[in-house]
Design a protein around this ligand. Structure first.
Ligand code: HEC
Ligand code: HEC
Ligand code: HEC
Ligand code: HEC
Ligand code: HEC
Length: 269
């Protein structure tokens, strides 16, 4: 699998003297959970369990058994991975220059629109969501089309691009999936719409309070990457993907642990 992460970092720090850069790169690479840019290569991912799941946007119409969606709901790019990952031919670009979330093929949401979880009881403040959570929010906050990627695959014929880019939103209008997904024509999509007000959701993008046994209400993770049952930390933080794994549809709602065990993976009470 092609991986462009190291090169991306090199580009970011190219103005720094080489020695400083080498130290920085080593430090970055040593960070727990620091990841390379993952490239959405459909050949390498031919057997990926994401295929046929809710996040496979190329097969949806066939699976749903309806042809209501083509031409209306979203552009079919042929490559199921590029709705999130950079296409392989864009592995070397500086995606952030084109307005992308670092490492992902999605536009950077308007982060000042988010209302973040806050509580005086928290050890660690939530802040602007991290890139890996912005990825999820770029669809689930309902502000951008599901097919609004920064780089469509190069072999995609732009004449096939849809004029309307529909969003995960329950509204009855031509830019919202809710046009059909209202519980009558098709299943209700509004429950998948998290919105930009995150105060009623589990806090994200804060440092995990159980690191270094900082807080006895939280368990010590098994490794810097998280817990042996699959619940993950990203650079020591809790993110959407700590609890959900879009690549593993085995459990309901793509959860990483059975829902009765999920919370106590981290919380001791
Ligand atoms: C809905 C968004 C989305 C789509 C579509 C998607 N991915 Fe991912 N992918 C992710 C996220 C998020 C992660 C990070 C998950 C993690 O850290 O466990 C990831 C991780 C990966 C990884 C690293 C897995 C690991 O365990 O380190 C590979 C490889 C990958 N994706 C390839 C693909 C391929 C190939 C496709 C298409 C068949 C694809 N992805 C489609 C979001 C997506
Ligand atoms: C990956 C670890 C993790 C998992 C899994 C997890 N939490 Fe949390 N949770 C945290 C952290 C960290 C905080 C913030 C605590 C702090 O900084 O004081 C938190 C905060 C909370 C808060 C807010 C508390 C406050 O002080 O305002 C609630 C409520 C909560 N979690 C409920 C849940 C529930 C319910 C589940 C299961 C669905 C769950 N958590 C799963 C790590 C986790
Ligand atoms: C490219 C757009 C897109 C991105 C990016 C995306 N999702 Fe989704 N997600 C969807 C759509 C569309 C659905 C299906 C909605 C429906 O069933 O009505 C969905 C469904 C889900 C579901 C419900 C699954 C079920 O079985 O009903 C969860 C949970 C979820 N997404 C979490 C995530 C997380 C976590 C991320 C980030 C790692 C993410 N999504 C990134 C578009 C996206
Ligand atoms: C013109 C009507 C229409 C529009 C617009 C539409 N859908 Fe659908 N969709 C359907 C119908 C009908 C079904 C099949 C019945 C069902 O699953 O509820 C369906 C099924 C689905 C499924 C289930 C597929 C499966 O295999 O489980 C998902 C996910 C989905 N649509 C997502 C979306 C998203 C995301 C949008 C907006 C970007 C959208 N749809 C827009 C009509 C539509
Ligand atoms: C602490 C664990 C945790 C975190 C963090 C988390 N979720 Fe969830 N999520 C859950 C659980 C548990 C459910 C199912 C129960 C519920 O709806 O509250 C769920 C439900 C969902 C659903 C499906 C709603 C439905 O019923 O179909 C979506 C979509 C979703 N989450 C997306 C996200 C996104 C996007 C983020 C980050 C902004 C996120 N989640 C962060 C645990 C989490």
């Amino acid at each position: 699998m092609a991986r462009g992460g190291k090169r991306n970092v090199e580009r970011m720090y190219r103005h720094l003297p080489t020695a400083v850069f080498a130290v920085l790169l080593a430090a970055l690479a040593a960070l727990p959970g620091w990841s390379d840019t993952l490239i959405g290569d459909p050949v390498a991912g031919a057997n990926d369990p994401i295929l046929g799941s809710k996040h496979d946007f190329t097969g949806l119409n066939r699976r749903a058994g309806v042809f209501a969606m083509p031409g209306v709901a979203f552009s079919d790019y042929g490559n199921p991975c590029v709705y999130c990952h950079l296409p392989p031919e864009k592995a070397e670009v500086d995606e952030t220059k084109e307005g992308a979330i670092p490492d992902w093929n999605r536009f950077y949401p308007a982060t000042d629109a988010y209302r973040l979880y806050d509580s005086t009881y928290m050890d660690s403040k939530t802040r602007t969501p991290s890139p890996i959570s912005l990825l999820c929010l770029s669809c689930h906050d309902g502000t951008m089309g599901v097919d609004m990627v920064v780089f469509p695959p190069t072999d995609f014929d732009s004449a096939q691009d849809e004029a309307l880019h529909m969003r995960i939103h329950g509204a009855d209008d031509v830019v919202s999936c809710g046009k059909c997904h209202n519980g009558r024509v098709a299943h209700d999509i509004s429950i998948k719409h998290i919105g930009t007000d995150l105060r009623n959701d589990h806090p994200i993008s804060m440092r995990y309070a159980g690191l270094l046994r900082a807080d006895e209400d939280f368990r010590l993770p098994d490794t810097p990457e998280g817990f042996n049952n699959g619940v993950r930390l990203y650079e020591g933080r809790v993110e959407c993907a700590s609890c959900h794994n879009v690549h593993n549809p085995e459990k309901d709602l793509l959860l990483r642990a059975d829902s009765d065990l999920l919370c106590q993976t981290c919380h001791t009470k």
